[in-house]
Design a protein around this ligand. Structure first.
Ligand code: NAD
Length: 287
C-alpha cells in the first residue's frame, strides 16, 4: 500500500502551476442570463461575474442610469423592469429571447427591505408593497422564465435571492422575514414541477452583505446617518459571522450565484445555499 500511495502522489497534478497557466474559465459560456435588481449591490456583482464567465447578461432594474451604464460595460443589455409589474418581467424574458433566442439563467434577485416595528403597528400598505416586490416579483420571474425554458427544451437554472431572515426570526422585520421565508417554499415547489424539464430552481441566502440596502438599514436603525459600508462591515463581521470578523462581500454572493447557475451545480435543485459565515448555525454564541 505504501508503493500505491507513492505512485498516486507522483501522478498528482501540480495544481498551482496548472492554475497559473490556465486561461480564465468560462463557466457560463454563451449562456443568456436575466438578473433582476442587477443595477447595483449583489445583482451588479453577479452581472459582472456572469459576464466575465462568458454569459450574455440582461440587467433588469428600476435604476435606469446605473443599470444601463453597467450593462454597456459588460456587453449586456439593460431593461427597465419593476418586478412587481408582471408585464415588465415578461418583457425582460422576451428581450432575452429576441436578443439571443434563449434564456438559460433567471436570477430573481431584486428585493427591498421591510418596515421595522411591532407587528401590531404594521402599515399593511407597506407590507403589501414589499410582498409585491420580494415575493410576487419572484413569482413573475419564475413564471416567465420557466415558460420560455420549457419551450426552449434546453433546461435552465432559476435562482432566487432569499436571506438568513428566511431562516431565523428577528432579522429585518416581520414583512421582510415573511417574504424571504416564502421564497424558500416557492423555490422547492417550482423545483418539483420543473425538474422533469431539466430546469433547476435554487435559492441563495446571504447574510449581512454591506450593500446600500444594508448600510441604509443600519443608519436608520442606529440613527447614525453618516455610517459607511466599512462601519457596517465591522459590526456585521464582529457579531454576524463565525469567520474571524469577516462579513460576506457582494462578490462572495456572486460566486455562489455563479456556482448555482453553472453546470458545476447540475445535480442541485430545490436547495437553499446559505452564505452566512456560520451565523444561522450558531447564533446563540454570538449576540
Ligand atoms: P441593493 O439595494 O444594493 O440592491 C437591490 C437592487 O434591487 C437595486 O438595484 C434596486 O434598484 C433593485 N430593486 C428594488 N426594487 C425593485 C423593483 N421593484 N424592481 C426591480 N428592481 C428593484 O441591495 P442588495 O443587498 O444587493 O439586495 C439584493 C438582494 O439580496 C435582495 O433581494 C435582498 O433582500 C437580498 N439580501 C441582501 C442581504 C444583505 O445583507 N445585503 C442579505 C440577505 C438577502
Amino acid at each position: 500500500s505504501i508503493q500505491w500511495t507513492q505512485n498516486m502522489e507522483q501522478s498528482l497534478p501540480m495544481h498551482d502551476e496548472d492554475e497559473a497557466q490556465r486561461p480564465p474559465s468560462k463557466r457560463l459560456a454563451n449562456k443568456v442570463a436575466v438578473i433582476t435588481g442587477g443595477a447595483r449591490g449583489i445583482g451588479a456583482a453577479s452581472a459582472k461575474l456572469f459576464a466575465r464567465n462568458g454569459a450574455h447578461v440582461i440587467v433588469a432594474d428600476i435604476l435606469d442610469d446605473i443599470g444601463a451604464t453597467l450593462a454597456d460595460s459588460i456587453g449586456g443589455r439593460y431593461i427597465h423592469c419593476d418586478v412587481s409589474k408582471e408585464a415588465d418581467v415578461e418583457s425582460a424574458v422576451e428581450l432575452a429571447l429576441k436578443w439571443k433566442g434563449r434564456i438559460d439563467i433567471m436570477f430573481n434577485n431584486a428585493g427591498v427591505p421591510g418596515p421595522s416595528g411591532s407587528i401590531s403597528s404594521l402599515d399593511m400598505e407597506q407590507v403589501k408593497n414589499l410582498l409585491s416586490i420580494n415575493v410576487l416579483g419572484v413569482v413573475h420571474g419564475i413564471k416567465y422564465a420557466a415558460a420560455a425554458m420549457v419551450k426552449g427544451r434546453r433546461g435552465g437554472s432559476i435562482i432566487c435571492t432569499s436571506s438568513s431572515a428566511g431562516i431565523m426570526g428577528g432579522l429585518g422585520g416581520h414583512a421582510y422575514t415573511l417574504s424571504k421565508e416564502a421564497l424558500n417554499g416557492l423555490a422547492k415547489n417550482a423545483a418539483c414541477e420543473l425538474g422533469v424539464h431539466g430546469i433547476r430552481v435554487n435559492n441563495i441566502s446571504p447574510h449581512g452583505v454591506p450593500s446600500e440596502m444594508l448600510v441604509d438599514a443600519y443608519r436608520r436603525h442606529l440613527g447614525k446617518m453618516d455610517m459607511t459600508a466599512e462601519d457596517v462591515s465591522i459590526i456585521v463581521g464582529e457579531r454576524g459571522s463565525l469567520l474571524r470578523g469577516r462579513c460576506a462581500t457582494m462578490e462572495d454572493v456572486a460566486e455562489a450565484a455563479l456556482f448555482v447557475a453553472s453546470e458545476d451545480a447540475g445535480f442541485i435543485t430545490g436547495h437553499n445555499l446559505v452564505l452566512d459565515g456560520g451565523y444561522t448555525s450558531a447564533c446563540s454564541t454570538m449576540s
